[in-house]
Each structure stands twice: as structure tokens, then as C-alpha cells.
Ligand binder design. Sequence first.
Ligand SMILES: Nc1ncnc2c1ncn2[C@@H]1O[C@H](COP(=O)(O)OP(=O)(O)O)[C@@H](O)[C@H]1O
Ligand SMILES: [Mg+2]
Length: 285
Amino acid sequence: MTQGFSGGSIIWHKSHVVKVAAGPEQNEKVAQEIVRIQYMARKFKFLFEVPTILRSYVNKRGALCYEMGRVNVPRLEDILPNMGYKDVMSVAAKLSDIINQFSANNSPNDQSENEDTFIRRKLCRACEYVNDYNWPKADEYSKMVRLINLKPTREPTFSHGDMAMDNILYDGTKITLIDPLCQGFENFHWDAAKLMQSALCHWKEIRTTSAITPAHHTQLYFAEAVLDKIECCKRRLVLYLATTLARIIPYCHTSIQQFRLLSMAVTLLKQYLTGTPLKPIGLLM
Ligand SMILES: Nc1ncnc2c1ncn2[C@@H]1O[C@H](COP(=O)(O)OP(=O)(O)O)[C@@H](O)[C@H]1O
Ligand SMILES: [Mg+2]
């Protein structure tokens, strides 16, 4: 059994895996995950795969579980650093294509927020963590967050919801997406931003260690390629990228990791608020 990052657990079998909700209070979240996987299987079967859901049930502790086919393929986050230039470009193009297709589809869930409340809720969460340090950048960040006012707001679209590289399995040709997440507001800009964020900030490192390695050039050109190929409002993407970088500040193990994320978020928010075009990604690091 593996303890999942989101509090649940994964039980490994030879041909299938069972994902177990952290507790009955997480059942709704897992139920939505199942709906979303089945929706993706129907809507996007020509673009990518999702694990086959075999059955779902409630265990003795009242936690919702679902059994799915085991995909014996590595995670993109584990293989990307050792991939060659052409392969990196190819997977970035495939993922961008997927996200571009999301933009033309609706969400299977009702939205509980609009874009403005969603973005500001996520941005504000970081303020709770960084204000304690008395960093001038934290002050600058909080001031900029207060200036964000998304009117008019965008319409929701389909979104995977957690399109980080640890939720992308890749066999060199075929992409399998796992672990979707239902958000209060859904738009494909979130997936593009999350994908870039997981490459740029070494999400794996932040999740599991107190290390702070600069992004490898492979991650940089992967993020650049995604940015280049996504058909979206680039200014909005800058805001979403700032938001998703700031959103992971609570998961950091050290204040240095937090400070690096905060610095990137501040640079991006400044670009968003002044309307200047996004600088080369490498300059953010
Ligand atoms: N169907 C599957 N086949 C193979 N590996 C899987 C499958 N589902 C999950 N995993 C592995 O388990 C890890 C955690 O599962 P995930 O659904 O992403 O849960 P968490 O909410 O903990 O991120 C994934 O990163 C992946 O490596
Ligand atoms: Mg996951």
C-alpha cells in the first residue's frame, strides 16, 4: 500500500490498483474523480487514455474505493529529466493538444465559484503562510493580490484539474492521465498552468524533500514548448501560473523553497498587472 499525497491510499495488485478515500468525508471527492475519469474515457478516447474503472465500493471504514486497471508505465515527472530534445518537444505537443481540446468541452460538474473568486481564493491561501516571515516580497505579493479583479470572468470549460507531471503516465507514445480533481471553477488555463508549474518548480522535490535544485534545462524547454503551443490568452495564463505556483507554498518543507515560489509568483503577477508580455521562462527561476 502507498500513502497518497492527497491523504488517500493506493493498494497495488498485479493487474489492478485500488484507490481508497482518506475517510468518509473524502468520499464525495473520490466519487467526482470517478465521474471525471469516465467522462474523459468517453470524450477524449482518441487523444489519450485513462485507466479502466473496474468497480467501486465502500469499505468497512466507510471510505469509497475504486478499482482500476494498472497502467505499468512511468510517470512523466520521473522520465522527463532524461528525455532527449525531440521526445520532450513531442510530449509537450501532445499534452498541449489535449489541453487545447479541453477548451472546447464542458465540465461534467456544476461550478460553485466564478473565475474571480477561484483565483483570488487560491492566491490568498499563500498569504497565510508567507506573511509571518516579514519578507518585503510577501508584502508586495499581498498588495498585488488585492489588485486582482477578474471582470468579466471567463466561462468554465472542461479541465482535468490536477494536470501535474506526477499524474501523467507516458510510455514514449501514449499518454495516460490519472487522478483528476474537481475544482470550484474549471478552465483549461488551469491545466496549462499546472503542467508548466510542475515542470518549473520541481514539484516532486517540493512534495517530498527540502531540496531546492534549479530547474533543469529540460524542464525549461518543456515549459516553453507548452507555453508556445497552448492556444489561450497568454496574459490569463501568466495569472494562472502565478496562482498555481503560489498555491503550492503550503506544501513546502523549507522557507527557502517558499521564497523561491513566492519570487516567481511576484514576477508573474507584476507582468500580469502591468500587461507586459511573459519573459522567457528561464528568467523566472
Ligand atoms: N491506474 C494506475 N496504474 C498505475 N499507477 C497508478 C495508477 N493510479 C495511480 N498510480 C500511481 O500512484 C500514484 C498516486 O496515485 P494518484 O491517483 O495520483 O493519487 P494521489 O492523490 O496520491 O496523487 C501515481 O502518481 C501513480 O504513480
Ligand atoms: Mg496524483
